[in-house]
Write a protein that binds this ligand. Structure first.
Ligand SMILES: O=C(CO)[C@@H](O)[C@H](O)COP(=O)(O)O
Length: 234
């Protein structure tokens, strides 16, 4: 086996394990029910992505079931370097949306979609979540925007995600009447954004039940975002 073959196959196997494991984070944080939602990752340096199979229960997901597709959502089972053993399963019904994001946002390495309750409730109203929490400044650099209503099945959802996020600091968009989609430099970052999106959607919802939350000055938001994105952590 050539070095290129071994490297490609090892990379695909690693990403399959990572994407499968990240789906467990969606159920762990209560972001999905039944088979709703999905996680994908870009294969670095290749026009390929890895995404969950459509309609498979979370508890049944295995790395081997993760589907490799091109960036138009077509399943690809190998290349000149050899086969990586795609399962006989259809990729997620949101594959076209994920693929569109990867084609049009080259810095994005991971995409997540959930129907998390509070964020989806904001999406049902077509209302962006105002930046009234320092943790929103940290993670989103401002409000969490709403994207247009779009039917599943073609590039419409992907177009709405890209049009909304391409000039935004937010890694999350609330697709109207549907739910949140998040992006990140990698799939784990996109999952984190989904977790944080639901957390702030819940907190701001509760706050608004008791009064009008106080928005944060944009200069302070920018300062919070710069610190968190560049200094926070190890
Ligand atoms: O939002 C939708 C369908 O409207 C999807 O996210 C489903 O909730 C999950 O679909 P699969 O990834 O299982 O195909």
């Amino acid at each position: 086996m050539s070095t290129a073959t071994a490297k490609t196959l090892d990379t695909i196997a690693r990403i399959r394990r990572e994407v499968c494991a990240l789906h467990a984070e969606l159920t762990r944080y209560g972001l999905v029910v039944w088979t709703a939602g999905n996680v994908s990752a870009r294969v670095p340096g290749r026009d390929l992505m890895v995404i969950k199979p459509s309609g498979v229960s979370y508890e049944d997901l295995t790395p081997e079931q993760m589907v490799v597709t091109d960036l138009y959502g077509v399943a690809v089972d190998g290349d000149a370097d050899g086969e990586w053993g795609n399962p006989p399963l259809s990729p997620s019904s949101d594959t076209a949306a994920h693929a569109y994001v990867y084609r049009h946002m080259p810095d994005v390495g991971g995409v997540v979609h959930t129907h998390s309750t509070y964020a989806t409730a904001w999406a049902a109203r077509g209302e962006s979540i105002p930046c009234v929490l320092t943790m929103m400044g940290d993670e989103f650099g401002g409000s969490i925007p709403v994207g247009p209503f779009a039917l599943i099945g073609d590039d419409s959802i992907g177009q709405g995600i890209v049009e909304t996020l391409k000039n935004s600091t937010s890694p999350a968009v609330l697709m109207q009447n549907h739910g949140p989609f998040t992006i990140g430099k990698d799939a784990r970052s996109a999952v984190k954004a989904a977790v944080m999106c639901e957390e702030v959607a819940r907190t701001v919802h509760i706050s608004r039940q008791l009064g009008e939350p106080i928005t944060i000055d944009q200069g302070h938001i920018d300062s919070l975002y710069a610190r968190y994105q560049n200094v926070y952590g190890q």
